[in-house]
Design a protein around this ligand. Structure first.
Ligand code: ZN
Length: 489
């Protein structure tokens, strides 16, 4: 029997606010253990939480970008549970009245445009971090760091609309790009700033009822998501095909060993006993607040890609690469205006991104050295065929390390581009005289020999001739036309 996988995702996004969600402690990553704590996030008696407006703003930005319904009044709730890494022994979250509901994320999967619908996005606080067990002399001890306890998190829950692990990976990649684009999180999965749980079940293909699901916890890389879900689908398929039942369970994925392990089975499932948080009033978000958040949203990556397709006829592949970061998209746009957008896209996607990668720069580091107007000057010279291919790459390389216009760079490096007929005609004539065979073949209609002749002239010019001009000159010479009529003369 063929089975269909039914997968839903719960994504946790750590907001990059300056302070924690319900107290004034710094929310920074990497501080000395237990340096960023106070009576509120340590859960000391009598301490009262107060909501961080920047955290609510971050949730609103994401909710509005994804077209969610925003609740004018939502509610914080307590999720009761013994957390070794949460000193209050409950987590403040949102339960039956979340801030954002519905909405969808547009995702490109392979060559298809899809939309994955959401159930909700709500605000909560993160837990601390435990390290255990570790061996100290003859004792095994666990340590806990409360710095992360109380850092704002968004939980985004999707509908169970994914059918394979590639769709899940594409969704998460797109979500990571979006949270960075909106400036609400750095989306760094290695630091746990974006994590994901996956609910996986199988059902016979063509049926509607859901099968028994398992939950894979705390996936912290795109590759881990892809591999863990694929492994769980394979495991469940194997069991069903062998006539066995699927047990409801929570699983952990070990990325290093590429293995799934059962963390707890259904018998020990937790009852969190949610109730409204008595220390916080309802969260009221008025129309003014929502309007201001909407007005402050940047143009979204998918909207921008559509506009580029319309205005620049830019292929969707290019738009996908260039919209990977907002900084890159802005840079491209500044370079493309009033020029050849496709040429700008080609140079940025290949050469700029290569240099950025090799030197471990950000796009901002690059743009500081080569602002858009400088790249525009360069691209205009390339478009006007004033820089032959190999020389263009050389000039591009100098731009990253040196200041100055293309003309200044060429002068500084003692390069004189030969683009005029006056410079090139003697070289062309010499090459034609040296190679009577290919010349005769060209005259006899064998067009391919033209490339050979152009190559010989390029070699003679030490790569400083412009091939298009050389080509025109050779054609003119061999068709008996006057070379001085060449348009580049
Ligand atoms: Zn605190």
């Amino acid at each position: 029997m063929a089975y269909q996988a039914v997968i839903g995702l719960e994504c946790h996004i750590q907001l990059s606010t300056r302070t924690k969600m319900f107290c004034g402690c710094p929310a920074e990553f990497g501080a000395t253990a237990n340096a960023n704590v106070c009576p509120v996030c340590l859960g000391l008696p009598g301490a009262l939480p107060f909501p961080n407006q920047a955290g609510v703003d971050g949730a609103l930005r994401l909710g509005l970008a994804l077209g969610c319904r925003i609740a004018a009044a939502s509610e914080f709730a307590r999720k009761n549970y013994f957390y070794p890494d949460m000193p209050k022994n409950y987590q403040i979250t949102q339960y039956d009245r979340p801030l954002c509901e519905a909405g969808a994320l547009p995702v490109r999967v392979g060559d298809q445009d899809r939309r994955f619908e959401l159930v909700r996005i709500h605000i909560e606080e993160d837990t601390g971090k435990s390290f255990h067990p570790e061996r100290h002399g003859d004792r095994r001890i666990s340590r806990v760091d409360f710095n992360r306890a109380g850092v704002p998190l968004l939980e985004l829950v999707t509908r169970p609309d994914f059918r394979d692990s590639a769709e899940c990976a594409a969704f998460l990649t797109t979500l990571r790009r979006l949270v960075r684009w909106l400036g609400i999180s750095d989306g760094d999965m290695e630091k746990g700033h974006l994590r994901c749980d996956a609910n996986v079940s199988l059902r016979p293909a063509g049926t509607e009822a859901y099968g028994v699901k398992t939950e894979i916890k705390n996936l912290n890389s795109i590759r881990g998501v892809e591999r863990a879900i694929a492994a769980e689908i394979a495991r469940q398929t194997g069991r069903l095909e062998a006539g066995e039942r699927i047990e409801q369970a929570t699983l952990l994925y070990d990325a290093e060993g590429d293995r799934l392990a059962v963390m707890r089975s259904k018998e020990s499932a937790h009852d969190y006993r949610y109730f409204p948080e008595p220390d916080l009033p309802r969260l009221e978000v008025g129309a003014d607040w929502i309007a201001a958040a909407r007005a402050a949203l940047p143009e979204l990556p998918w909207t921008r890609a559509e506009r580029w397709a319309r205005d620049f006829a830019l292929p969707s592949y290019d738009a996908g690469v260039l919209c990977e970061q907002r900084e890159l998209a802005d840079y491209f746009e500044a370079c493309a205006k009033a020029g050849d957008a496709k040429l700008a896209s080609n140079w940025i996607m290949t050469e700029v991104l290569r240099v950025v990668r090799e030197r471990e720069w950000t796009v901002g580091d690059w743009a500081k050295r080569v602002p858009p107007e400088r790249l525009r000057d360069f691209l205009a010279r390339v478009a006007a065929r004033e820089l032959p291919g190999p020389l263009a790459k050389q000039v591009f390389g100098w731009m990253a390390d040196e200041s100055g216009t293309v003309t200044e760079l060429l002068e500084r490096h003692g390069v004189r581009v030969q683009s005029s007929a006056g410079d090139l005609l003697p070289l062309v004539r010499a090459v034609l005289a040296e190679h009577p065979g290919p010349v005769a073949q060209f005259r006899a209609g064998k067009a391919a020999t033209l490339g050979f002749l152009v190559g010989q002239v390029m070699k003679k010019s030490a790569g400083q001739a412009v091939p298009q001009v050389v080509q025109e000159l050779i054609r003119n010479e061999l068709s008996g036309k006057d070379a001085s009529s060449s348009p580049s003369a």
